[in-house]
Design a binder for this molecule. Structure first.
Ligand code: TGC
Ligand code: FAD
Length: 389
């Protein structure tokens, strides 16, 4: 009997163009050669050589790759998704570096910035010469960013920002922070060079998840900015939420990349490991686990590609992004946890990727909208009733 490709049971590859596959293969090779050999060490140390990686990723065209102009690669959305899939098959922290740079910080400037702001920041960010972060969440306002306390007040022609942002990816290594703050005209975005007086970033330590990623608190104490630091086209909460749509899209593809890596590890391990005198893979219970994992992976990939095609057609709606983020992160986490059981005690070590992925996916389940938030977004789309508050 012909064996199906276990990591692509549904032949999702056949839905991709040659160019999309070529981009996917380039990113996979970069991860194999440059990232995977170091992941256990980075995760254990709780750090990532983000500056070096950003430059290398910039050379490969991965930063803001689906944006157009300013030196960006200008790929389609599916190609961007496939890059996220490969990066997160390595580690969610590595994909986060790229998501925050391209889909949050760069996208905010790209979508809501002035031509001067775009020309100043985007070419450097494309190359990885400047790193960006995106400060929306506060300690007391995560799922409900509309309650934020960070404020920006006019003083003559200047803006003065005060407040504290929490859980900000890339915060301590960023050259530029896109900070969302309350003004007299509602929530607006600001471009804050991180060397501005009054701006400090404190790294969050002791994380058990996303360890190969820098997470920080941003403190803004009377940060004085020129009048043109405001993102002129930003208007209310819908502007940062517009950026989140972009990053959430990448996670739809990315999360099941982590799932794929776990399934691959579990199949290999089950084939090698002998228990009660025969391979673990020969037991029905193991096969049931592997089959469930492969089915979920295949469904997740089909969903990702379908949503990617909608995005490329310009018709993708935020509620559909919620469907994808909710389903694929949950599926990936389930796959990672099941894979962990197959690896027994070995599964809890950094010698294998599964516990690292499982721990990372706990953050992915929470950031970019928790699963509960996405359920409520879908619930609102189904009923017309907002049940957030
Ligand atoms: P609500 O009244 O529903 O909406 C306010 C305004 O925003 C519009 N809107 C959207 N616009 C664009 N895209 C979306 N997805 C949108 N959702 C809503 C809405 O139409 C309205 O516009 P207007 O013109 O009428 O003012 O807002 P709400 O306060 O009730 O909140 C809704 C809710 C809960 C869905 C939203 O606040 C939410 O999504 N919360 C989750 C917050 C979140 O995801 N934070 C992520 C922070 S960044 C991050 O985690 C980075 S992790 C690192 C990595 O990505 O790797
Ligand atoms: P809360 O909002 O306090 O939620 C706690 C629980 O309550 C959750 O289960 C939630 O689903 C539930 N809940 C909330 N509202 C409701 C409701 N209406 N009904 C029912 N249940 C509800 N933010 C940024 O701005 N930029 C970043 O770069 C960034 N990077 C991050 C990196 C990491 C590693 C992590 C962990 C987080 C990051 N975040 C970032 C923050 C992230 O977006 C928030 O953690 C997330 O939005 C959830 O907010 P919270 O942690 O305050 O949880």
């Amino acid at each position: 009997m012909t064996r199906l490709a276990p990591l692509d049971l549904v032949d999702a590859d056949s839905l991709l163009s040659d160019e999309e596959c070529a981009i996917r293969d380039t990113v996979r090779k970069f991860c194999t050669d440059r990232i995977r050999p170091h992941l256990a060490e980075w995760f254990e140390q709780g750090d990532l050589p983000a500056r070096d990686l950003a430059r290398e990723m910039g050379d490969l065209g991965l930063l803001g790759m689906h944006l157009h102009g300013y030196g960006a690669a200008g790929t389609n959305a599916v190609s961007y998704g496939l890059a996220c899939h490969e990066l997160e098959a390595a580690d969610s922290g590595v994909r986060s570096l790229v998501s925050v740079q391209g889909s949050l910080a760069m996208y905010a400037i790209y979508a809501y910035g002035s031509e001067e702001q775009k020309n100043e920041w985007l070419p450097k960010m494309v190359k990885g010469e400047a790193i960006g972060c995106f400060g929306l969440t506060e300690a007391d306002f995560g799922s409900n960013p509309g309650g934020m306390r960070t404020n920006a007040k006019k003083d003559g022609s200047d803006w003065v920002l005060n407040g504290t942002k929490m859980w900000i990816t890339n915060g301590s290594i960023a050259d530029v922070a896109v900070v969302w703050a309350r003004t007299d005209e509602g929530i607006r975005g600001f471009v804050v060079p991180t060397n501005t007086k009054g701006f400090t970033a404190n790294t969050v330590h002791n994380k058990l998840s996303l360890r190969a990623s820098v997470t920080s608190e941003l403190v803004l104490a009377n940060v004085r900015l020129p009048g043109d630091a405001i993102l002129p086209l930003s208007r209310g909460l819908s502007s940062p939420l517009g950026c989140l749509n972009e990053a959430r899209f990448g996670i739809i593809f990315g999360s099941i990349g982590a799932g794929r890596d776990c399934l691959e590890a579990a199949i290999a391990y089950a084939g090698d490991r002998e228990v009660f005198d025969k391979p673990l893979s020969a037991y029905q219970l193991t096969q049931a686990k592997l089959a469930e994992m492969a089915v979920e992976l295949g469904k997740g990939m089909l969903l990702a590609i379908q949503l990617g095609r909608l995005k490329d057609a310009g018709t993708l709606k935020p509620e559909q992004v919620s469907v994808g983020k909710l389903n694929n992160v949950r599926a990936a986490l389930q796959i990672a946890r099941e894979a962990r059981t197959i690896l027994g005690a070995n599964g809890i070590t950094l010698e294998y990727p599964v516990m690292r992925h499982a721990n990372n996916l706990e953050s992915v389940l929470t950031y970019e909208g928790t699963s509960e938030v996405h359920l409520l977004v879908i619930g609102q789309a189904l009923t017309g009733q907002a049940a957030f508050r």
